[in-house]
Design a protein around this ligand. Structure first.
Ligand code: ADP
Ligand code: MG
Length: 484
């Protein structure tokens, strides 16, 4: 896996194993590098470029080795693994002599904590922090879920980078990127990773003040402090932590004074070189009603997204949880193919996947049966139905035109004949029922009709449904065809 940690607390300033051998011809200078950058941006995309390539400083090319300065060892390691060969190829394409690409930390920087125990971050001036008596117990954080550890986190392609970055933060040591910003859809493991960081930091350095809470709790604390005129205590407390983790930060969007306070807390901690970890359901730039200065601060560190799960990751998670449950339920067995079936069918998110497995084991142990495909289909019918492939408006239009023997173009076109208008209204009705499209969106897919026309069509079918049994039957049939 992509464990970029540096074993035993030692740190190399080169990233040797990934250096690449080849022979080239000419010499490279700053201009050539700029040219290479332009090419790289095209191949790896602007986002990746800004995150990984832009911070590199060409420090020289001699004896066929292109050397780059990287701001952090984490970055060096990641770039070496993922981009070294592309960088080398692009340099070689300019005709420069390059056998190898190497990355190193800035020379002035002392090799931190070589051979020593995990280094405490230099900014973590715990002893001088303004603590009141009893503060240790007062950290207003949320409780950590004991199950959310790195051990129980299954790593796959979609969450590889997020996991590696979280691991890096959990090692402690000098702050390498601030903040770490994790984002992704619900149930993809953001909270899990944040708790894992907190667990790991506490295990390594119990004296560290690690504060984890949701943005909602942050706001609640803040409002409470305002009300009770204890804002100075509030500020003092939040500024005294070594690591601050705020989950679901999108929550403070549109909440002005909470944002203001969050911004100050954030800046104060960054100034003290304290690590901050933030999560959200989308990228900083995409959070509406979040002040620009906050967005840009959030983008200053490392922004990493958790991608939707893929089949392998889902299967891996299911296997891990099933092992766990097998022990818990005393050897209850799972028939072959069941986990694969679930990984294939339940694609929404990990939380739903877990819920399905939990229910399956509980049910099987109650009725004392082996977990078979049949049992799974019975017991999880509702979840399986809900996770079914989403129907599109286009599919609905196609099915309905086939059923009523009209042309698809007529379905979308302007004809008002009953024989065409009625099926069209049925398709509108089904589109509203079976998709999450809004009326204007449905209207656009019906040849740019107004949303009031769509609404009228839907009403018409609703009316007819209760009086016309043939139509009611047709609707049922079409729905089943579309769901199949
Ligand atoms: P988010 O905060 O992104 O909405 P959570 O971290 O709460 O999601 O994850 C939802 C559930 O899925 C949790 O029970 C978590 O343990 C589990 N989960 C998510 N990703 C993984 C993973 N890669 N390995 C194991 N469990 C996972
Ligand atoms: Mg969460």
């Amino acid at each position: 896996m992509t464990d970029v940690s540096h074993k035993n607390g030692t740190r190399q300033d080169r990233f040797g194993p990934y250096a690449i051998q080849k022979v080239g011809r000419r010499i490279m200078n700053e201009d050539t590098w700029e040219q290479v950058c332009n090419e790289l941006k095209k191949t790896i995309g602007t986002n990746n470029f800004v995150t990984w390539i832009e911070p590199l400083r060409l420090s020289g090319l001699r004896d066929g080795i292109a050397r780059f300065e990287v701001p952090t060892s984490f970055m060096g390691d990641w770039v070496a693994r993922n981009y070294a060969e592309q960088i080398r190829q692009h340099i070689a394409r300019t005709g420069a002599a390059v056998d190898r690409v190497e990355f190193h930390l800035p020379a002035a920087r002392p090799a931190p904590g070589a051979g020593a125990a995990p280094a405490r971050r230099p900014g973590a001036r715990r002893t001088s922090a303004p603590l009141r008596a009893g503060d240790e117990a007062d950290l207003p954080g949320a409780p950590l879920d004991a199950r959310f550890t790195f051990d129980s986190f299954v790593v796959g392609k979609p969450n590889e980078l997020a996991h590696a970055a979280a691991r890096r933060v959990a090692e402690g040591g000098p702050v390498t990127f601030n903040p770490l910003f994790l984002y992704g859809g619900v149930g993809l493991g953001k909270t899990h990773l944040m708790h894992a960081i907190a667990h790991e930091l506490q295990a390594r350095s119990p004296e560290l003040r690690v504060l984890y809470l949701s943005a909602e709790q942050f706001m609640y604390r803040f409002v409470q402090a305002l009300r009770e005129k204890q804002i100075m205590d509030f500020k003092g407390l939040f500024r005294s932590v070594d690591v601050l983790m705020v989950d679901d930060v999108q929550f403070i969007a549109g909440k002005e004074s909470t944002q203001e306070e969050f911004f100050h807390t954030f800046n104060a901690l960054v100034d003290q070189n304290k690590q901050i970890v933030i999560s959200a359901d989308r990228a900083p730039g995409e959070i509406k009603d979040l002040e620009d200065r906050i967005k840009s601060r959030l983008q200053c560190g490392l922004v990493v997204d958790l991608h939707p799960t893929d089949y392998e990751l889902r299967l891996g998670i299911l296997q891990q949880k099933a092992d766990h449950y097998r022990q818990q339920y005393g050897g209850l067995s799972v028939a072959e193919g069941v986990l694969e079936f679930l990984a294939h069918r339940i694609t929404t998110n990990v939380r739903v996947l877990e819920g399905a497995l939990t229910r399956l084991f509980a049910f099987a142990s109650l009725v004392g049966r082996e977990i078979t495909l049949d049992l799974a289909q019975d017991c999880l019918a509702d979840i399986l139905r809900a996770s079914d492939r989403k129907v599109t408006v286009e599919e609905i239009q196609r099915r309905v035109s086939e059923h009523y023997n009209i042309r698809l173009s007529d379905m979308i076109g302007p004809k008002r004949l009953r024989a065409i208008a009625r099926p069209r209204q049925i398709a509108m009705y089904l589109a509203k029922q079976m998709t999450t499209r809004s009326l204007p969106e449905i209207g656009r897919r019906f040849g740019g009709r107004d949303h009031t026309t769509i609404m009228h069509g839907i009403r018409k079918i609703e009316e007819l449904r209760s009086t016309d049994s043939q139509l009611a039957e047709d609707l049922e049939l079409l729905r089943r065809l579309l769901e199949a």
